[in-house]
Design a binder for this molecule. Structure first.
Ligand code: 7PJ
Length: 259
């Protein structure tokens, strides 16, 4: 899954892809590079980021969604807002990726009658407060319990289980220690919940803490994290650097499958 941010304040690309043209060329390049899913996001979720108005989010996301839908690649929309989910589904989005785990009032209703895929992510509190002092008794058990609870809520609404995938939400209300515990337990989360797992580690601050590098210099660290997550059983990798990650995965897979 390749990330296309349409935000002027995104920390990892410096807001470079804010204009529609730039976002579109970025997405086109990802397609050339072998992306499987394009994830469009309008609202920055970096720690401390201010919420975005509905109008502004629609203004950022919808033109790109319309422009991209004829390219034949599945499109995911990264949003917490039920109105954006509704509009995106209406416009043909193939997946809704909600870092808030479809907890907003109206979110389940917005997605329930569609047939698109849904990614349920764990986040502690909200982007304003999540990194203040994240505390868990047992982070892996608590993330599993949260996701289990959301899966049940979704199934009770009538949403088919085969539409769902889960995400522990690396960096969303987690210390480096918490992130490492989750990374090491991807297999356990996947077997406990019985759903495909999406891992978003690309350029995250955890990579920065380990390598001592700023966001733009975290490619090698991100690839190591992506391969490790794959080895643990992750099904979808959410990344900024599609070409490099695809190459790494190709080598990984050929080596793994070789008898
Ligand atoms: C994630 C996401 C993630 C899912 C962002 C960033 C922050 N969606 N949206 N999982 N991260 N599902 O890219 O660093 O980890 S935005």
């Amino acid at each position: 899954m390749g990330v296309v941010n349409v935000t002027p304040d995104s920390f990892s690309d410096g807001g470079h892809f804010f204009s529609l043209d730039a976002a579109l060329s970025h997405a086109e390049q990802m397609i050339v590079d072998g992306v499987d899913i394009i994830d469009i996001g309008g609202e920055s979720s970096r720690p401390g980021a201010q919420p975005l108005s509905l109008d502004e989010e629609l203004r950022r996301v919808m033109p790109l969604l319309y422009a991209l839908r004829d390219y034949g690649k599945p499109i995911s929309v990264d949003t917490c807002k039920p109105e954006v989910m509704h509009e995106a589904i209406h416009a043909g989005a193939d997946m809704i990726n909600d870092i808030n785990g479809f907890r907003a009032m109206g979110a389940l209703t917005a997605v329930k009658d569609a047939d698109c895929a849904l990614c349920i992510m764990h986040m502690l509190n909200d982007p304003q407060t999540m990194q203040l002092k994240p505390t868990y008794g047992d982070v892996v058990a608590e993330v599993i319990a949260f996701l289990q609870d959301r899966i049940e809520a979704m199934e009770q609404t009538g949403i088919a289980r085969n539409r769902l995938c889960i995400d522990p939400g690396f960096g969303f209300g987690k210390t480096v220690e918490h992130n490492l515990a989750l990374l090491k337990n991807i297999g356990k989360m996947q077997t406990s919940l019985g759903l495909p797992l999406l891992a978003g580690l690309s350029r995250k601050s955890m990579i920065g803490v380990i390598t001592g590098k700023p966001a733009k210099s975290r490619l090698a660290g991100s690839i190591a994290a992506a391969l490790f997550a794959t080895a643990q059983g992750a099904s979808i990798l959410r990344v900024h650097d599609v070409a490099e990650t695809v190459d790494a995965l190709k080598v990984w897979q050929v080596a793994t499958l070789h008898s």
